[in-house]
Design a binder for this molecule. Structure first.
Ligand SMILES: Cc1cc2nc3c(=O)[nH]c(=O)nc-3n(C[C@H](O)[C@H](O)[C@H](O)COP(=O)(O)O)c2cc1C
Length: 287
């Protein structure tokens, strides 16, 4: 979740029993300070670190490898050397993939786990297949645990992904309106108001990160076009303190956005999701 994935949010998720993720967006020094925050907590569940490969800081990767139980990479051909560096300190290492070929490459590069990201996902989107067909192809392609991502916003959807063979699930959009994020209030309000068909896959917010499809709320493209030459089509999303037109920034959202109904604490979100998934699975037990 990029800069939205702060230690505060990751700690709250881990406190509730999920695997929280911190985004390594600011270099080794900043990441070390973030991991200090995590280490100060007595957490039962792990907190991992996510890297976007085009912006990867090698010193930050080494810092994560030495301290985090889980390191994950996204966007770029799975790279044996990066995976070896991530695993050097004993961290389990994952790669988020958008196709069976990419999953195979992640396995060949030495990954312990892959995250299969369906085209429904919010943020940057790697592949073109919907989650359920992708999951089937990835499960057949690799002999690794497969985490399902993309379009999952409810406990019922979690149950569906697990029933379709996922070993775990990842949610992004559902946590973007969590009280622990520092997203701009206009962004949060837009997420709460939106339904799944209000999102669109585009490349328009590509200044500085071109040719990288991303799913956003359609409204932010319209707002950006309305600004004319004043619009900066950069991939940044609006933080709480953003003083410009927040509605015209990249308002990332997955097709799961209809499940975002209000501001909720991350621990409450996890508890609600788990209870709902368990109830759904109890109705249709897994074999
Ligand atoms: C605001 C936002 C930022 C994201 N940033 C990252 C990122 O930095 N690294 C990454 O691996 N995935 C990132 N993703 C994608 C998620 O890992 C995941 O694939 C996606 O959120 C799943 O779909 P969902 O949003 O419908 O839950 C981001 C998603 C969102 C919504």
């Amino acid at each position: 979740m990029g800069g939205l994935a702060t230690p505060r949010l990751a700690i709250a998720v881990a406190r509730a029993g999920g695997i929280g993720m911190v985004a390594a967006t600011g270099g080794a020094h900043r990441l070390s300070a973030q991991l200090d925050q995590v280490d100060a907590e007595a957490l039962a569940a792990p907190v991992g670190v996510n890297f976007l490969v085009p912006f990867l800081d090698r010193a930050a990767l080494d810092a994560a490898a030495a301290r985090a139980p889980f390191v994950e990479l996204f966007w770029g051909a799975p790279d044996r050397e990066l995976v070896a560096a991530a695993r050097a300190g004993g961290a389990l290492t994952g790669w988020q993939v958008g196709s069976a070929d990419e999953a195979r490459a992640a396995q060949d590069a030495g990954c312990d786990v892959v995250i299969a990201q369906g085209v429904e996902a919010g943020g940057h989107v790697r592949g073109t297949l919907g989650l359920i067909p992708l999951l089937g192809e990835v499960k057949s392609a690799v002999d690794l645990p497969v985490i399902a991502a993309g379009g999952i916003g409810t406990g019922r959807a979690i149950a569906a992904a697990l029933s379709a063979g996922a070993d775990g699930v990842r949610l992004g959009t559902r946590f973007m309106a969590a009280t622990e994020t520092h997203a701009h209030p206009a962004y949060v309000d837009a997420l709460i108001a939106a339904e799944g068909d209000d999102t669109v896959l585009t490349t328009v917010f590509g200044t500085g990160w071109p040719d990288a499809p991303h799913r956003v709320l359609r409204s932010c493209i319209e707002a950006g076009e309305g600004l004319g030459a004043a619009q900066a089509w950069t991939p940044d999303w609006p933080t709480a303190g953003y003083a410009g037109v927040a509605e015209a920034r990249a308002l990332y959202a997955g097709q799961s956005v209809g499940a975002v109904r209000g501001r909720q604490g991350a621990e409450e979100i996890v508890a609600e999701l788990v209870a709902e998934a368990e109830a759904a699975l109890a109705r249709e037990p897994r074999r």
